[in-house]
Design a protein around this ligand. Structure first.
Ligand SMILES: [Zn+2]
Length: 215
């Protein structure tokens, strides 16, 4: 099963994708994670990407497409994959479609998670990450026992540059203008499954499963 998970930043795509990939036994392919790994490794591609991500802008297609093409050819993606954070524009969606045709494959479902912008800002601006072990926290939903300190390793918690409010607002505007047209695009191809992204993680998960059908 080849799935695209669509939705604004902060709607919980990553968390849901992890759970879905376990049940459906397909890898989650997150371009955000792949790019962050490249940044951490300090590669040329990583340096290039960081400048864009810190401003809340989109990383250029040439960079992201190369990563995705290589990743979906890997052995663990033979029986399917779940794309999280890609495609983000209609141009990328077209290119992805062509890339898949060359591999004799196609997208089966596009799940779109929906939520209001104010709720998304609240969720994202509260995120904190450990600078040592990368454990995630949230000032409202998952506060550490001691403010600013990681429960797991005692490391210092910090706010990712792209989770600062100004960058979040920019990311949401970017989503509305560049990514939202994908909803119509995939609706036209009869692949879109819209899912309400509000409520508990379990409730949202159940709705996605219903949209996708059995594993
Ligand atoms: Zn830690």
């Amino acid at each position: 099963m080849n799935v695209i998970l669509l939705g604004p930043p902060g709607v919980g795509k990553g968390t849901q994708a992890k759970r879905l990939t376990e049940e459906y036994r397909i890898p989650q392919i997150s371009t955000g994670d792949m790019l962050r790994a490249a940044i951490k490794a300090g590669s040329q591609l990583g340096k290039e990407a960081k400048g864009f991500m810190d401003r809340g802008a989109l990383v250029p297609d040439s960079v992201v497409l190369g990563l995705v093409d290589e990743r979906i050819r890997a052995d663990d993606a033979k029986n399917g994959f779940m794309l999280d954070g890609f495609p983000r524009t209609v141009v990328q969606a077209d290119t992805l479609g062509e890339m898949l045709v060359k591999q004799g494959r196609a997208i089966d479902h596009v799940v779109c998670l929906l939520a209001a912008n104010d709720e998304l800002v609240r969720r994202l601006a509260g995120r904190r990450t450990c600078n040592k072990c990368s454990a995630p926290f949230h000032v409202d939903f998952k506060p550490p026992r001691k403010p600013g300190v990681c429960d797991a390793c005692g490391g210092e918690l910090y706010q990712r540059d792209d989770d600062k409010e100004e960058a979040i607002r920019t990311r949401l505007v970017t989503y509305d203008t560049q990514t939202k047209p994908l909803i119509e695009y995939y609706k036209g191809k009869k692949l879109l499954r819209s899912v309400d992204g509000l409520g508990s993680m379990d409730a949202v998960y159940a709705r996605i499963r219903e949209a996708l059908g059995p594993a």
